[in-house]
Design a binder for this molecule. Structure first.
Ligand SMILES: NC(=O)C1=CN([C@@H]2O[C@H](COP(=O)(O)OP(=O)(O)OC[C@H]3O[C@@H](n4cnc5c(N)ncnc54)[C@H](O)[C@@H]3O)[C@@H](O)[C@H]2O)C=CC1
Ligand SMILES: O=C([O-])CC(=O)C(=O)O
Length: 356
């Protein structure tokens, strides 16, 4: 009997370690986080996920909890974080998980973070463009970035919320106002475009997508998504029809998912995969690994525009080097002009939102 009670006490103590703040477990008097023997997790990076209860946020939380480079994972949202945190927190991987609910807990969620990933905001429904999300998501991104400027100004920021072509300029303006802007640390996540391009090109070539690398440059909406099919690795050639089919499918991959989900949102699972892949690359860069190259929408001088997505080399300071576009064929040069025209407007819209 006595041994049974002791066993219950020990189990209760262990599970208390993972209870999120605000959850309803206090009525079991033995459940106290402070009772745990171990206070910390494995050495590694501290990562915050803002929008953690959403369609992207939940699977991304799962994937980041599985990343051995992460020692602390902070899950922030305006809804449902106690449940998501309790659930993810039971995974027997190294990262210690803590949940934060609502604006009053934003600062605690952000303090001390090395990497902040932002998938907070509304997704598209059929018939909408990413720009139709601007009115709601611009304000959400501004608030979250103000928190970052205050609580973890040196963190790397991975911005997922759409329209990325405008939200990255918004974030830059918020950081400039706060005096914390470092263009090397602000990265718009365009990895899903590369992931899709690799998949669709591999399908056409009849090879394994893991063996394919397609650079996708420009931005993250419609014609601003510019796959460079002339630079595919391994080197290969396509017919004119294949180039038109692939370019169109890559540019409209997001819309393909939005329509298939028929009102239930946009890409979440493939996006969580892509975001986890990109975040892992950023963390390996922070660790000092060499040769980490990914496409990302960043402050750039590759074109006359202030922001542009290209391959970038990641390192301890974030973006260590912006790689050139490389030689483009005539089809890609025409695509680049179209992309730049639309991008210029989207970037300006983001900048004006803060400067107005
Ligand atoms: N960059 C990219 O390649 C992609 C970007 N996206 C974008 O990611 C965003 C999120 O998409 P989903 O996860 O599918 O949407 P969702 O609606 O399922 O989840 C969004 C989450 O953000 C939370 N949220 C709302 N306001 C917030 C605030 N002020 N602070 C913190 N959290 C807040 C919501 O409560 C919700 O849990 C959308 O804007 C979508 O367009 C989606 C796919 C790909
Ligand atoms: O299409 C959307 O709205 C979501 C997104 O950015 C993508 O899937 O690429």
């Amino acid at each position: 009997m006595e041994r049974g009670a002791e066993a219950f006490r020990r189990i209760s103590r262990i599970s208390s370690h993972l209870q999120p703040p605000g959850s309803k477990v206090e009525d079991i008097s033995l459940l106290r986080r402070e009772d745990c023997r171990s206070k910390g997790g494995a050495p590694g990076f501290k990562v915050a996920l803002l929008g953690a209860s959403g369609g992207i946020g939940q699977p991304l939380a799962l994937l980041m909890k599985m990343n051995p480079l992460v020692s602390a994972l902070h899950l922030y949202d305006v809804v449902n974080t106690p449940g998501v945190t309790a659930d993810i927190g039971h995974m027997d991987t190294g990262a210690v998980v803590r949940g934060f609910l609502g604006q009053p807990q934003l600062e605690s969620a952000l303090t001390g973070m090395d990497l902040v990933i932002i998938p907070a905001g509304v997704p598209r429904k059929p018939g909408m463009t990413r720009d139709d999300l601007f009115n709601i998501n611009a304000g959400i991104v501004r608030t979250l970035c103000e928190g970052i400027a205050k609580c973890c100004p040196n963190a790397i920021v991975n911005l997922i919320s759409n329209p990325v072509n405008s939200t990255v300029p918004i974030a830059a303006e918020v950081f400039k106002r706060a005096g914390t802007y470092d263009p090397k640390r602000l990265l718009g996540v365009t990895t899903l475009d590369v992931v899709r391009a690799n998949t669709f090109v591999a399908e056409v070539l009849g090879i394994d997508p893991r063996d394919v690398d397609v650079p996708v440059v420009g931005g993250h909406a419609g014609v601003t998504i510019l796959p460079l099919l002339s630079q595919v690795n391994p080197p290969c050639s396509f017919t004119t029809e294949e180039i038109r089919y692939l370019t169109d499918r890559i540019q409209n991959g997001g819309t393909e998912v939005v329509e298939a989900k028929a009102g239930a949102g946009s890409a979440t699972l493939s996006m969580a995969y892509a975001a986890a892949k990109f975040a892992d690359a950023c963390l390996r860069g922070l660790r000092g690994d060499a040769g980490i190259v990914e496409c990302s929408f960043v402050a750039s001088q590759v074109t006359e525009l202030p922001f542009f997505a290209t391959k970038v080399r990641l390192g301890r300071g974030g973006v260590e080097e912006i790689l050139p576009l490389g030689p483009l064929n005539e089809f890609e040069r025409a695509g680049l002009e179209k992309a730049k025209k639309e991008l210029a407007g989207s970037i300006q819209k983001g900048v004006s939102f803060i400067r107005k």
